[in-house]
Write a protein that binds this ligand. Structure first.
Ligand SMILES: Nc1nc2c(ncn2[C@@H]2O[C@H](COP(=O)(O)OP(=O)(O)OP(=O)(O)O)[C@@H](O)[C@H]2O)c(=O)[nH]1
Ligand SMILES: [Mg+2]
Length: 718
């Protein structure tokens, strides 16, 4: 089957933003205006579960009015195929943004016109930086009271360190928001109603535009009065991208045509020289078609972005794969969803063609996968397809061994594509089945949830036998359990949320351990010499083998590593995992008969236990970056309270009429914060937080934590 949509006519884009900026609302309009659906559903109409938006179809999303998982849809606009992923803005579900950005070519960043750049806009912006994803900005909610386009543009510059370039300016604001001036065409686009089917008029931009359109608010009039200034800024910035046009302009005064400007805007967007800023009100149906135009005009096709890097076993780049049907097949699995019926593995095809029935290599795991059913997803709806080509995003049904982040490829031309990095979950709870009889079913369902979400971790407390689930935040954990109810029909209960502490070495030392046992006939023997040394924060665990001359036989070296890996999970202070250290196996000895894999594993475990006791172990705690937005009247109280929580104030920022206090606060001090904050500010302040880094726990606090853990374990065991 030949290709139906040329690669240059595809746009794989994501919509990213802080929670509530209007991503899903915008997505609904996009689907409506492209003719993919015939109605628009609004977020606040879904709470009774009678209806839902296309992309927020989970019961948990409908009830809470927030997006929890990213959903893919596609639509055509001006003959271009737009594959769109609507992502969540809540920090607890940041993994969904992370993995979407990994496989997308471009992103529309949505801002709330009142709040401007909020913490998750910033986090998602940095993620997009990491993945080198070109962006356009869309200042939404221009109809809301307090909306301010210029303030938002200024925040994009200051908070994100970007170079915003308005390609539109708003006409009016708040209840008088009427449309926008398109600075490329120099046309005023004016809507006469909020109706979803209302058309806009296209008017000439003249000096008396504000009067003609009855714009009375002084700041709105001033903005319109400056329209020629913004046009000049746009033209000048565009010309930086095109020497010829710049020449023509400077020598002959020939103003560039709209077509030349668009070409420059596309080029500058693709090489991130600047970021175009648009405005609108998705809810009031103004400006969405213009966002679609901008996606077509300025967002990259799969062939416009750099080729995907291929890596070696250590993750170091070794080559690249061009986005083309003619290259051997390669794809990245970026998401696995499980429901009661089986697994769906989402892949982005980077090169080549995949056909139904093919057998491909999972090069990450060294396994073969047989490709059965292939589907193109439209939110929850699966539409069968026969093949997938470079640039496509599709889902494969019932793969056996493929996990998020794995590469699938042509077995004759194996490559591994750059992996994804996942955030570290810092909150843990004990979970169990509500009904004892359903424990097994509960365990299976939990396993599937964890498999689908790399920002969840499952562990068993070795002393108490409890199942411990770690996640990004309380909401994340709650939602996970609730989804097990709706998706697998099992109910669970959850303990009190706990902080996921860590332990680490503070000294470098070398430890010897001899494991020796003589029981009757055969004995046990292994000797290891291991150097342990602290590494920088979040380095994790490294194992190095420096033995020479077979002092530890090659086949037993992995057993040493395995022993360390098991033992490090059970720290000496309070049984938390030990992190951020390197263990180097430097020497050892063995016995021809009495040594085996198990004896080396045992020796390594004991060696670790001995070493860490002598290595000045300390407890580490997760520190959160907290941003509290409060009216100025309560600023003193808010700051005082943060200080009492061992917080460190980093910054105070103007946020419209409010002040945003940015601070680092240990997670352990943040439980119950929302209640306290509401009480203190009569419910007028709000906050968001996200994991920042691990830091040593002060001695007195550490002693308390250690004592408490010991007490809790004793109680759980008895
Ligand atoms: N006034 C106004 N409200 C809007 C606009 N766009 C969205 N909203 C409202 O803002 C709320 C959040 O909208 P969503 O579309 O769910 O926001 P989101 O960015 O998808 O949020 P998450 O997915 O949870 O991060 C809803 O109540 C919308 O009706 C707008 O242009 N103007
Ligand atoms: Mg949403």
């Amino acid at each position: 089957m030949p290709r139906t949509t040329p690669l240059s006519d595809i746009r794989n884009i994501g919509i990213i933003a802080h929670v509530d900026a209007g991503k899903t609302t915008t997505t609904e309009r996009i689907l409506y205006y492209t003719g993919r659906k015939h109605t628009i559903i609004d977020i606040h109409d879904t709470k009774d579960l009678k209806t839902s938006t296309t992309t927020d179809y989970l019961e948990q999303e409908q009830k809470r009015g927030i997006t929890i998982q990213s959903a893919a849809v596609s639509a055509f606009w001006r003959d271009k195929k737009i594959n769109l992923i609507d992502t969540p803005g809540h920090v607890d579900f940041t993994i969904e943004v992370n993995r979407s950005l990994r496989v997308l070519d471009g992103a529309v960043v949505v801002f709330d016109g009142v709040a401007g750049v909020e913490p998750q806009s910033e986090t998602n912006w940095r993620l997009a930086d990491n993945y080198g994803v070109p962006r356009i900005c869309y200042v939404n909610k221009m109809d809301r009271s307090g909306a301010n386009f210029l303030r938002c543009v200024d925040m994009i510059k200051k908070r994100l360190g970007a170079r915003p370039l308005p390609a539109q300016i708003p006409i009016g604001s708040e209840e008088n928001f009427k449309g926008m001036v398109d600075l490329v065409e120099m046309k005023a686009l004016v809507w006469d109603s909020d109706d979803k089917d209302a058309q806009w008029q296209s008017l000439e931009v003249t000096a008396d535009l504000a009067d003609k359109l009855h714009i009375t608010v002084p700041s709105d009039r001033k903005l319109l009065g400056d329209v020629f200034k913004y046009r000049t800024e746009l033209v000048d910035t565009c010309l930086e991208q095109d020497d010829e046009a710049m020449d023509a302009y400077l020598t002959h005064g020939t103003a560039p045509s709209a077509e030349v400007l668009r070409k420059c805007l596309r080029k500058g967007t693709l090489n991130s020289a600047f970021t175009i800023v648009l405005c609108g009100s998705s809810y009031k149906n103004k400006g969405v078609q213009q966002v679609l135009d901008a996606v077509v005009d300025y967002m990259p096709a799969p062939t416009d972005v750099a080729s995907i890097k291929t890596v070696d076993a250590d993750g170091e780049p070794i080559g690249e794969r061009k986005c083309s049907d003619d290259e051997p097949f390669s794809a990245l699995a970026f998401k696995v969803i499980n429901d009661a019926y089986g697994a769906l593995t989402f892949i982005r095809v980077y090169s080549g063609v995949l056909t139904k029935g093919a057998s491909v290599q999972n090069s990450t795991r060294g396994k073969r996968e047989k490709i059965g059913r292939m589907v193109e997803m439209f939110a929850k709806e699966a539409n069968p397809v026969e093949e997938a080509r470079a640039g496509d995003i599709i889902a494969l049904v019932s793969l056996a061994d493929t996990e998020t982040g794995d590469t699938l490829c042509d077995a004759a031309n194996p490559v591994v594509l750059e992996r994804m990095r996942f955030p570290d979950p810092v909150i843990s709870v004990s979970v169990k089945s509500k009904l004892k009889a359903e424990s097994e079913k509960f365990g299976t369902a939990l396993g599937k949830m964890v498999r689908a979400d790399p920002s969840l971790h499952l562990e068993t407390d070795r002393e108490t036998g409890q199942t411990i689930l770690r996640g990004m935040g309380e909401l994340h954990l709650e939602v996970t359990l609730d989804r097990m109810r709706t998706e697998f029909g099992v109910e669970g209960t959850m303990g009190e949320p706990q902080v996921a502490y860590r332990e680490t070495f503070t000294k470098k030392l070398t430890e010897q351990y001899i494991h020796k046992k003589q029981t009757g006939g055969s004995g046990q023997f292994a000797e290891v010499w291991i150097t342990f040394e602290p590494l920088e924060r979040s380095a994790g665990f490294e194992f190095v083998d420096e033995t020479v001359g077979g002092s530890v036989p090659r086949e037993f070296v992995p057993s040493v590593e395995k022993g360390l890996k098991i033992q490090k999970e059970d720290g000496v202070l309070a049984h938390y995992p030990t992190v951020d250290f390197r263990a180097t196996l430097i020497d050892g000895s063995f016995h021809d008969v009495d040594s085996n894999a198990l004896t080396f594993e045992i020796a390594a475990k004991a060696c670790f236990r001995e070493a860490i006791r002598k290595a000045g172990p300390i407890l580490l705690e997760p520190v959160m970056k907290v941003e509290t937005v409060t009216p100025g009247d309560y600023l003193g109280d808010v700051i005082g309270d943060i200080n009492r929580r061992r917080g460190q104030i980093l910054d105070q920022l103007e946020r419209g009429t409010n002040i945003a206090v940015v601070a680092n606060v240990p997670l352990s001090e943040m439980f119950g914060y929302i209640g306290q904050l509401r009480g203190m500010t009569s419910g007028r302040a709000s906050y968001t937080m996200e994991f920042s880094h691990y830091e040593p726990v002060p001695r007195n606090v550490a002693d308390e934590v250690i004592a408490e853990v010991a007490k809790a374990k004793a109680a759980a065991v008895s």
